[in-house]
Write a protein that binds this ligand. Structure first.
Ligand code: SAH
Length: 213
């Protein structure tokens, strides 16, 4: 069930759904998704579906991971520093870490972050920085980010994330409550102006304020 054939079938499905960035497809083909799941669910790891990871959260559907990653990479700029809001199990983090120079990722639920840390070190991904924090504020005391990805949906785009975009930086984020829209926001040069593009309907867990131990 975790055979290369099963994984290849998933990648073909992503291609069929319109994912076209070969680097993203290659990284997803070579990253084990089953290690990000509890054993009882690992046999379903290569289905194109979101699955529970405990604490009321989910691992994102592979199609969504691929799509958000290719949007981020395709926006044009050089991606050396990327921020992820909502580490969860760490799967999206692992994909990003293989495609950009450095990844910063924040998670509000401590036990999820602890498990993600173990999995990322199992994969020897050392260009990842994790923090237990409320991602509404991003990673404020650091430099600006070329790319920001949120894997949880706010009702409205948090001001704190916009402020942390580098000139021409791109934010990819699901926005909305009951119906959500995957949204791409690009900071125009070094101004305080942004270009917003609404892309497609999606379904994510909500971005929740505060942290839990
Ligand atoms: N990136 C994960 C998806 C995890 S689901 C993957 O690859 O599958 C979204 C995650 O966002 C959950 O773990 C949830 O706890 C977290 N989250 C929700 N609100 C948050 C906030 N304000 N700050 C940080 N993390 C948050």
């Amino acid at each position: 069930m975790t055979s290369q054939r099963t994984r290849d079938r998933l990648i073909q499905r992503l291609v069929d759904q319109g994912v076209s960035n070969q680097r993203v497809l290659d990284v997803m083909a070579n990253t084990p998704r089953h290690i990000f799941l509890d054993e009882a669910l690992s046999h379903r790891a290569y289905e194109d579906t979101a699955l529970p990871i405990g604490h009321g959260q989910t691992i994102s559907q592979p199609y969504i991971v691929a799509r958000m990653t290719e949007i981020l990479l395709g926006a044009g700029g050089v991606l050396s520093r990327v921020l992820e809001v909502g580490t969860g199990c760490g799967y999206q983090t692992a994909i990003l870490a293989q495609l950009v120079d450095e990844v910063w990722s924040v998670e509000r639920i401590r036990p999820l972050q602890d498990k993600a840390r173990q999995r990322l070190s199992l994969l020897r991904l050392r260009n990842v920085h994790l923090r237990h924090a409320d991602g509404h504020a991003g990673w404020p005391e650091d430099q600006l980010f070329d790319g920001i990805i949120s894997t949880a949906a706010p009702r409205e785009v948090p001001e704190g994330l916009l402020k942390q975009l580098a000139p021409n930086g791109v934010l990819v984020i699901p926005v909305g409550a009951d119906t959500q829209t995957l949204t791409m926001i690009i900071r125009i040069e070094d101004t305080d102006e942004y270009k917003t593009q609404r892309l497609e309907p999606v379904r994510f867990v909500p971005l929740v304020a505060g942290t839990t131990r």
